[in-house]
Design a protein around this ligand. Structure first.
Ligand code: NAI
Length: 377
C-alpha cells in the first residue's frame, strides 16, 4: 500500500500527519511511504529525516495526491484538492463531515474511502487512535499558558521579603479532556482552580487534580449520552448555570471555557454582564470558540480587550505546539492505519465494527456513517 503524507494547505496549520517515527514503522510494516517536500518543516522535521526513516520525497503536491493509495491528513482536504486524489484511494484524517457536506459529496463521487477520525467512538479499544483527546489535551495546556502570559499578575502564591502575594483564581468551565488538562496545568503553575461541568462524573476527576468542583445538580442520565458526551440542556438550565457561575466570577482572575455539545453550537455560559463583573485585568480563554464560543464577546482567531478583560479566541491551538502535536497526532493516525490497512488491502472492511461504522464516511460511492447519511438526505 502506498501511503502519502502531503504538506497541509490550510492556513495556519503547522502540524504534519506523519513523523519519522511513524513513517519508519509504516515502512517496517511493508508500506511504501511518500512525503511531500517541506511537509514537516513547520513541525521542525526536514525532508532528510523522512528519507532516513525510509520515505521518498515527492516534490509535487498534485502528484503525491494522485499516486497515493492512502492519504494521511491533519485537516480535511480542500475542495480543490479532491479532483487530484486518486479514484478509490483512502483518506484518513478529521473531515468534520457534518460541517463539510460538499466535501463529502465530492469524496463520494470519486469513490474515495474516507475515514473521519473526529467521529471515532470514545471506547477503550479506540483510545490509541483518539485524535480529539490528544489535541484537546494540548489545547487545554496551551490555554493556561496563554492566560498566564496575558494576565497582568502571577499564578502562584509567593511569600517574599516584600510580603505575600496570593495565588491567582481560575475558573474552568467544562471538565472534559481539555478542561482537565487546563486544571492540571494551572495547578502546576500554582493557581487555585474551581471547575464546573454538567456531568456529575467529572467531579471525582476534578478533585483528583486538586481543584474544587461546583455541582450543577444534574443527574448522570440527564447530563450525558451513551458515548459520554454532554447532552444539551434547556434554556432555563443555562440561565441558572450562568447565575451560579456569576457568583464565582467576581473573584476570578482567569476563566477557561471548554463546554461543548456534539453537533450543536456551544452553550453561552459567560454573558457580557458577567464579563463586566470580573476583576479588571482578567483573562478569558474561550476554547469553545470554533463551535461559536461560550462567551459572546470572544472573537474567533483574535485576542481582544473588552471591559478591561482580555478575551482570547484563538483557534487551532494544537497547531501552535507543532512538534508535540504532530508526534501525538501521527501516532494516533498510525494506530488507525494499522487497524484498517489489512482490511483495506483485502477489500474486506467490517462495516458492522463500531470504529469503522462511525468513522467511515464515504465508501464505494455510498455514505456509511448514519448521521452524515441523514444530513445528506
Ligand atoms: P467535549 O469537548 O465534548 O466537552 C467538554 C466538556 O464540556 C465536557 O466535559 C462536557 O461535559 C462539558 N460541558 C458541556 N456543556 C456544559 C455546560 N453547560 N457546563 C459545564 N460543562 C459543560 O468533551 P471531551 O473532552 O471530548 O470528552 C467527552 C467525553 O468523552 C467525556 O465523557 C470524556 O470522559 C470521554 N472520553 C472518553 C475517552 C475514552 O474512553 N476513550 C477518551 C476521551 C474522552
Amino acid at each position: 500500500m502506498k501511503i502519502g503524507i502531503p504538506k497541509e494547505l490550510a492556513p495556519q496549520e503547522s502540524r504534519v500527519a506523519g513523523t519519522p517515527e511513524t513513517v519508519s514503522k509504516m515502512v517496517k510494516a511493508g508500506m511504501i511511504v511518500s512525503v511531500e517536500t517541506q511537509a514537516g518543516v513547520s513541525a521542525f522535521i526536514q525532508d532528510q529525516d523522512y528519507v532516513q526513516a525510509g520515505a521518498t520525497i515527492q516534490t509535487s503536491h498534485a502528484s503525491l495526491l494522485g499516486e497515493t493509495d492512502c492519504l494521511l491528513k491533519v485537516q480535511p482536504p480542500l475542495l480543490e484538492e479532491v479532483p487530484q486524489i486518486k479514484e478509490h484511494a483512502a483518506v484518513i484524517g478529521p473531515l468534520f463531515p457534518l460541517r463539510q457536506l460538499e466535501l463529502v459529496k465530492q469524496l463520494r463521487a470519486k469513490n474515495i474511502t474516507a475515514f473521519s477520525l473526529d467521529l471515532l467512538p470514545r471506547i477503550a479499544r479506540a483510545q490509541s487512535m483518539d485524535i480529539l483527546s490528544s489535541m484537546s489535551n494540548l489545547a487545554g495546556y496551551k490555554s493556561v499558558i496563554l492566560a498566564a502570559d496575558h494576565l497582568n499578575k502571577i499564578f502562584p502564591m509567593m511569600t517574599t521579603a516584600a510580603g505575600t502575594i496570593l495565588p491567582a483564581k481560575i475558573i474552568v468551565i467544562g471538565a472534559g479532556v481539555a478542561g482537565l488538562q487546563a486544571i492540571a496545568t494551572t495547578r502546576r503553575l500554582g493557581g487555585v482552580v474551581i471547575a464546573f461541568d454538567t456531568r456529575p462524573v467529572a467531579a471525582e476527576q476534578v478533585k483528583s487534580l486538586g481543584a474544587d468542583f461546583v455541582s450543577l445538580e444534574t443527574s448522570h442520565d440527564t447530563s450525558q449520552d451513551a458515548g459520554g458526551y454532554a447532552k444539551e440542556q434547556s434554556a432555563e438550565f443555562y440561565k441558572q448555570e450562568q447565575d451560579i457561575i456569576h457568583r464565582y466570577i467576581r473573584e476570578a482572575d482567569v476563566i477557561i471555557t471548554t463546554a461543548l455539545i456534539p453537533g450543536k453550537p456551544a452553550p453561552i455560559l459567560i454573558t457580557e454582564a458577567m464579563v463586566k463583573d470580573m476583576k479588571t485585568g482578567g483573562v478569558i480563554v474561550d476554547l469553545a470558540i470554533e463551535q461559536g464560543g461560550n462567551c459572546p464577546l470572544t472573537e474567533a482567531g483574535k485576542i481582544v480587550v473588552k471591559h478591561n478583560i482580555t478575551l482570547i479566541g484563538l483557534t487551532n491551538l494544537p497547531s501552535t505546539l507543532p512538534i508535540h502535536a504532530s508526534q501525538l497526532y501521527a501516532r494516533n493516525l498510525l494506530a488507525f492505519l494499522n487497524y484498517v490497512a489489512k482490511p483495506l488491502a483485502d477489500n474486506a472492511l467490517d462495516l458492522s465494527d463500531d470504529i469503522i461504522k462511525n468513522c467511515l464516511i464515504t465508501y464505494r460511492g455510498d455514505i456509511i456513517n448514519p448521521l452524515v447519511k441523514k444530513a445528506l438526505e
